[in-house]
Write a protein that binds this ligand. Structure first.
Ligand code: TYD
Ligand code: MG
Length: 469
C-alpha cells in the first residue's frame, strides 16, 4: 500500500502517514491499531493547482544570493546547518518531549534577534507568560523577538504580514491546526496541511522557518513521514535524559552535508555549546582498570575521543547476556564472533557488557578495534595503558582495516596527550604519537596479552611505550 498507488485516499494512519481508501482497524504499513483517521483530500482543503510562477531561466542566470545563510549564532547549531538557516527554507527540529527543543529554538531566535534579525515565535503549546519566564532565564529578551500564542494556521500568515519577520519559528507543528482540515491538532491530516502551508509561506516571503516537531519513542516524527519530504532540512535533537549532553544532527539537509554533529550541555541557563567534546567525554575517566581504552571516532568532520568500556563476567543465565550502551548491538555480536573464530578468544558462557561513556551514540566502525581491545582486556583482567588509543575497523576475516581520516584522529589524540595508537598497517605517521601497527585481531590480542595471545610483541620494539599498563 504505497502512497502513489492510492488514488483517492480518505484515511491516513496517524502513526506513519500511510493512506488507504477505506477505514482499517490496523494500519497495513506500520501495524499500529486504531490509528486510521479520515482525511479530506487536499483539493477539498483548499489546495488546487497553483498558478504558474516565473518562467524557466538558464541555471547560470539564477541569483545565488537568495540562498545566503543566516547564522543562528549558536555555533554548534550552525555547524550542523552548514553556517545557518537559509532564507525561504524550512527546517524541522524533531526530538522527544522534554529534550530541549523549545529551549534551543528560543536561544537561537534570541541570538538572531540580537544580531538584527526580526524573529517571530509562534508558541502554540505554551502561554506567552511561560515563554517569557524561560526567556528571562536564558537572557533571551530582545525587542526584535516577537511572540504570539496562537494555534490557528490561518492567523500565522496574518501575523507574518503584520510583523514581516526574517525568521519564523513554530513550536510546535503538532499544536497548530487549520480550520479547513478535519481532525484534531497533531493528526496526520493537520500536520501535513499545516506543514505544506508553512513551506509555501516560507517560499513566498523568503522566511527562514523553524518548525518544532515531537518525535515518538521509536524515532519517527509523530504522524508524518510525509513531513520530512516537504521541508528542506530535518534536524534530530537527541540525548539521554539522564545526561546533560544534547546532540543535533541533520537527517536531511538540502543545503549541505548531513554528517555534522552539534553538541550542547543542558544547564541551568539553557543549552551551552560543547566545543571540545573529547574533554567532556574523558573528564571522569579512571585509568588502571581493565576493559577500557580510548577511541578517536569521527563525528562529522570532527574527531572526538571517547572511552570504550567492556565488562565480561561469568553468566548464570540460560542464555548469556549481550548488552550495549552507545554502541551498535549487532556490531558487538559480530566482534565477539570474529574474536572467537579468528583469534581464539571466546566469551562463551559469559555475560558481555560494552559501552561508550558520556551518553553519545557511536556509529563509526572505526571503534571496532578499541572495542575488541576493551573486550580482551576485560576478559583477561589486563589494564591498557592510560595513554593508548585504538583506531580501526575489523573485518569478518579478523583483519584490521583503515577508516577515513585516520591522520586527523591521530592528531587529535596527540593533542590530548595520548602517546601510542594501535592502528592498521596502512595508517599514516603523524608527529607526536607513536604507532603500533596490527594487521589482524590475533596480532592485536598478542600485544594486549603476550602469553594468552600468540605473539610476543608488547608495545613498541624499543619498549619505551607499551600497550598495557
Ligand atoms: P524544553 O525546551 O521545554 O523541551 P521540549 O521543547 O523539547 O519539550 O526543555 C525541557 C527541559 O529542559 C526541562 O525538563 C527543563 C530543562 N531545562 C533546563 O535544564 N535548563 C534550562 O535552562 C531550561 C530552559 C530547561
Ligand atoms: Mg517544547
Amino acid at each position: 500500500m504505497t502512497r502513489t498507488s492510492v488514488r483517492n485516499p480518505v484515511f491516513a494512519c496517524e502513526a506513519c502517514g500511510a493512506q488507504a481508501p477505506r477505514w482499517l482497524g490496523r494500519c497495513q504499513e506500520c501495524g499500529e491499531w486504531n490509528t486510521m483517521r479520515e482525511e479530506r483530500p487536499l483539493q477539498e482543503a483548499g489546495g488546487g493547482a497553483p498558478a504558474p510562477g516565473a518562467p524557466p531561466v538558464p541555471l547560470a542566470a539564477v541569483d545565488p544570493g537568495a540562498a545566503a545563510y543566516r547564522p543562528t549564532g549558536l555555533a554548534e547549531l550552525d555547524r550542523v546547518l552548514g553556517d545557518g538557516l537559509v532564507p525561504g527554507s524550512v527546517t524541522l527540529l524533531g526530538g522527544e518531549p522534554g529534550i530541549g527543543k523549545s529551549t534551543l529554538v528560543l536561544q537561537a531566535l534570541a541570538t538572531m534577534a540580537e544580531s538584527g534579525a526580526r524573529c517571530l515565535l509562534v508558541c502554540a503549546e505554551e502561554s506567552k507568560e511561560q515563554v517569557r519566564l524561560r526567556a528571562e532565564r536564558l537572557g533571551a529578551l530582545h525587542p526584535n523577538l516577537l511572540v504570539v500564542a496562537d494555534p490557528a494556521l490561518e492567523h500565522i500568515a496574518t501575523w507574518v504580514d503584520e510583523t514581516s519577520p526574517d525568521v519564523l519559528a513554530i513550536d510546535s507543528i503538532q499544536a497548530i491546526s487549520s480550520a479547513e482540515v478535519s481532525g484534531p491538532p497533531g493528526s496526520v491530516a493537520q500536520v501535513r496541511a499545516c506543514a505544506a502551508r508553512l513551506v509555501a509561506l516560507a517560499k513566498e516571503r523568503t522566511l527562514a522557518t523553524l518548525i518544532v516537531g515531537h518525535v515518538t519513542k521509536d524515532g519517527a516524527i509523530a504522524g508524518p513521514r510525509a513531513l520530512e519530504h516537504v521541508v528542506d532540512t530535518v534536524l534530530a535533537f537527541e540525548g539521554d535524559r539522564h545526561h546533560a549532553l544534547r546532540m543535533v544532527r541533520a537527517l536531511k539537509h538540502r543545503f549541505g552535508a548531513t554528517h555534522e554533529l552539534g553538541l550542547f550541555e543542558m544547564g541551568h541557563e539553557g543549552l551551552v555549546p560543547v566545543p571540545d567534546p573529547s574533554a567532556l567525554f574523558l573528564a571522569d575517566r579512571r585509568t588502571g582498570l581493565s576493559g577500557t581504552v580510548v577511541a578517536p571516532i569521527l563525528e562529522g568532520a570532527r574527531p572526538v575521543l571517547v572511552e570504550v568500556q567492556a565488562l565480561v563476567t561469568r553468566s548464570y543465565a540460560e542464555a548469556p547476556q549481550r548488552s550495549v550502551q552507545g554502541l551498535d548491538a549487532k556490531r558487538l555480536t559480530m566482534l565477539l564472533a570474529v574474536l572467537a573464530s579468528r583469534a581464539g578468544l571466546s566469551a562463551g558462557r559469559c555475560d558481555v557488557f560494552a559501552s561508550v561513556t558520556g551518553g553519545i551514540r557511536v556509529r563509526d566502525p572505526g571503534i571496532d578495534l578499541a572495542l575488541a581491545i576493551a573486550l580482551a582486556s576485560a576478559q583477561w583482567g589486563v589494564a591498557i595503558a592510560h595513554d593508548v588509543v585504538a583506531i580501526g575497523e575489523i573485518g569478518l576475516g579478523g583483519e584490521v582495516r583503515q577508516v577515513p581520516q585516520t591522520a586527523r584522529r591521530l592528531e587529535e589524540s596527540g593533542r590530548l596527550g595520548y602517546r601510542l595508537a594501535v592502528v592498521p598497517p596502512s595508517a599514516p605517521e603523524v608527529p607526536g604519537i607513536a604507532l603500533h601497527r596490527v594487521s589482524t585481531l590475533e596480532e592485536t590480542l598478542a600485544a594486549v596479552h603476550p602469553v594468552a595471545g600468540t605473539g610476543s610483541g608488547q608495545g613498541r620494539p624499543d619498549g619505551a611505550l607499551t600497550l598495557v599498563s
